[in-house]
Design a protein around this ligand. Structure first.
Ligand code: PLP
Length: 416
């Protein structure tokens, strides 16, 4: 699938892989939503009022006062020892701190996974739909992306087994299956206990490595999610975690927990990418975590997000249900997944919504191949309850108008 090198400016020839890099649809939409006055359900932004700014101020001060020279010096590529230890100690299957690689956001973990595990045309398995940022990280390595059928509770283990087995029999085993068991981005769905056990069994039976991406696991509203896949098959999983959702995304701090045999290669890829993650950020984060501030802060974040989820679900019930809008109420995380009534397209309706003062992310970019163009993702964490109520009312007003005009001039829904 190699396209010819392209010349975009005199003297500059772009690498072929750049044809596989596309602007993030979400970032493009976010630019529009930065217009003043728009209520945005588009970005995946945490509520910025939850950032423990005072604790960060104290941590910065303490780090600079007590360890200033070391904090501002080049540092180990693996990450800051005490932070690796804290990460390992917080995980239920007790990996060794030596298996923890600190990354510049878990997005970097996805990039490193792609570089280390994907050759051109290697099959990889993903949920349908899945996290757009992972598809973007994998694409330049030119994988063959196969989708695994899912339902409202996530990946179907039997379908995963069939795909893994078919690829193996064809002599091209999947390099990995990329899974998001908790409060998935974009759908908000969560894999149940039984399915996790079944998926772990499939992975073992078919020699299928798993990439488990879990940035939202701490944001549960009713009960903690079931044990991670990594607890079932520690040597068969690369586990990705993030500090973005519980501390602050601006730190750009995440981590991967890697089976020991793979660690050296991922470390080399990390060294080539950025030598190491900011030592200063790591020390500050470690200081904040050790202060225990987050132990009080995370339950507050859960309460806040639960209330906002409820506000959004109630507003949808009030304004959307009578129009035929459907949605799935997530039990944690940051997103609510909706389906518009026939024959509306979330992609085509977006400009009208933005004109009306509300933004969302259409579902289509999260799909590989045939997309369900009626779907859209709503973020409920970054708007106030008043904005959520008003924004959903505006959105449903747009749905009503779009339905009325489609009744006058029917158009069929297109797959994007
Ligand atoms: C599923 C998923 N994985 C990874 C990331 C990247 O997060 P970060 O790089 O901020 O840790 C995100 C960001 O929203 C995400 O939703």
């Amino acid at each position: 699938m190699s396209a010819a090198p392209s010349k975009t400016a005199p003297g500059w020839t772009l690498a072929r892989r750049t044809t596989l890099m596309n602007p993030s649809v979400i970032r493009e939409i976010l630019k529009v939503t930065e217009r003043p006055g728009i209520i945005s359900f588009a970005g995946g932004l945490p509520a910025s009022e939850t950032f423990a700014i005072e604790a960060f101020r104290e941590a910065c001060d303490a780090v600079l006062r007590n360890h200033g020279q070391a904090a501002l010096q080049y540092a180990a590529s693996e990450g800051f020892g005490p932070l690796r230890e804290a990460v390992a100690a917080g995980l239920p299957w007790h990996p060794s701190p030596d298996q923890v690689l600190i990354t510049s956001g878990s997005q970097q973990g996805l990039d490193l996974v792609a570089k280390v595990l994907i050759d051109a045309d290697s099959p990889v398995l993903v949920e349908q739909p899945t996290y757009l940022g992972a598809l973007m990280a994998f694409a330049p390595m030119e994988p063959q992306v196969h989708t695994v059928p899912c339902d409202a509770d996530g990946v179907l283990p039997q379908a995963l087994a069939e795909q893994a087995s078919a690829l193996r029999q064809a002599g091209k085993p999947a390099r990995f299956a990329y899974l998001l068991p908790n409060f998935q981005n974009p759908t908000g769905r969560t894999l149940g206990v039984e399915r996790r056990a079944q998926i772990a069994q499939v992975a073992q039976q078919h020699g299928l490595p798993l990439i488990e991406d879990n940035p939202y696991g701490d944001l549960w509203f009713d009960a903690p999610p079931p044990a991670p896949l990594a607890q079932h098959v520690p040597d068969g999983v690369i586990y990705l975690g993030s500090f973005s959702k519980i501390l602050a995304p601006g730190l750009r701090l995440g981590f991967m927990v890697v089976p020991k045999a793979l660690f050296p290669k991922l470390l080399q890829a990390k060294q080539a990418a950025d030598l190491h993650t900011s030592g200063f950020s790591q020390r500050v984060a470690q200081h904040v975590l050790a202060s225990g501030v987050q132990d009080q802060q995370v339950p507050r974040i859960r309460d806040l997000y639960r209330q906002r989820r409820d506000t959004m679900a109630q507003a949808l019930q009030r304004y959307g249900a009578p129009l035929g809008v459907q949605w799935q109420v997530p039990t944690g995380g940051m997103f609510l997944w909706c389906r518009l009534p026939q024959p509306l397209s979330a992609l085509h309706m977006l400009p009208q919504a933005v004109d009306a003062g509300v933004a969302y992310v259409p579902g289509a970019p999260f799909y590989v191949g045939q997309a369900d163009d009626a779907t859209l993702r709503l973020n409920f964490t970054n708007a106030t309850p008043e904005q959520i109520e008003h924004g959903v009312a505006l959105l449903c007003g747009v749905v009503k108008e779009a339905l009325a005009s489609s009744a006058q001039s029917p158009v069929s829904r297109t797959a994007a």
